[in-house]
Design a protein around this ligand. Structure first.
Ligand code: NAP
Length: 242
């Protein structure tokens, strides 16, 4: 899939990794980029201006991807504007580190709803627009989905589910010309990483001794989108953390 002229929808692209993917897609010649947010409209408008400056048209859409109807409206907004949808990046996410014994049921329910149901909701709504003419679905997972750590067991489980789903559905959709893969970053310098508070773990556990820049993750995501042999794969970018 060449990004030149493509229509790209990135969930949770008002900030962080999603914003970097949206801007990099514009730089690589995408025609249209959907900026999705749930609460930070100010940040989404800022991201849209960056996308436009990089040469693409931007469409800002508020949608909580954990709700199927909102996910479907998000996809329909892109198709209404540009008549097609080529790439979906399921990136929207939340993280509030907590020990299991301190969690309430809504903590793990929300984690699964946003990371796992959110990706399935958007992918399912996008399918009719990709079947037959091709498309790429990227799921932003995490090394925590492959090597879980304490204090984010609900997050790790949601990402592990997302990885398992990616591997299975890629096999179903290959026949329709749709590729599905996951990118699993380690620590990335965003608001989410800062939610861990104390950052000593970076020095102690990451062999490269720094977080990834969101732009470094964006490049690996879009290199894989443009590579026609990547499907059913989990690509890690962890600075040695994994
Ligand atoms: P971030 O800076 O906190 O940004 C999160 C984004 O998701 C924001 O755009 C936010 O919108 C959006 N969002 C949250 N809930 C949503 C919902 N229900 N519907 C739609 N959008 C929603 O996070 P990030 O670090 O860039 O993380 C992006 C993805 O990478 C996540 O899936 C995360 O799990 C994964 N990841 C991150 C790291 C890391 O170290 N940062 C490592 C591995 C994987 P608003 O701005 O409107 O709130």
């Amino acid at each position: 899939m060449r990004l030149e002229g493509a229509v790209v929808l990135v969930t949770g692209s008002s900030r962080g990794i999603g914003r970097a993917i949206a801007v990099e897609a514009a730089r690589r010649g995408a025609r249209g980029v959907v900026i999705n947010y749930v609460s930070r409209r100010d940040k989404a408008l800022e991201a849209a201006r960056m996308v436009e400056k990089a040469g693409a048209e931007a469409l800002v859409v508020r949608a909580d991807v954990s709700r199927y109807e909102e996910a479907r409206s998000l996809v329909e907004a892109a198709v209404r504007k540009w008549g097609r949808l080529d790439v979906v990046v399921n990136n929207a996410g939340i993280l509030e580190p907590k020990r299991f014994e301190d969690m309430e049921p809504q903590d793990w329910q929300r984690m699964i709803e946003v990371h796992f149901y959110g990706a399935l909701n958007v992918a399912h709504a996008a399918l009719p627009h990709m079947k037959g003419r091709g498309g790429v679905i990227v799921n932003i997972a995490s090394v925590l989905g492959l090597r879980p750590e304490p204090e984010a067991s609900h997050y790790a489980a949601a990402k592990a589910a997302l990885i398992a789903w990616t591997l299975a559905v890629a096999k179903e959709l290959a026949a329709h010309g749709i590729r599905v893969f996951a990118v699993a970053p380690g620590g990335v310098d965003t608001d989410m990483a800062r939610a861990w508070g104390d950052m000593d773990w970076v020095e102690e556990q990451v062999p490269l001794r720094r977080l990834a820049r969101p732009e470094e993750v964006a490049r690996i995501v879009l290199d894989a989108v443009e590579n026609p042999y990547v499907t059913g794969d989990v690509i890690t970018i962890s600075g040695g953390l994994l």
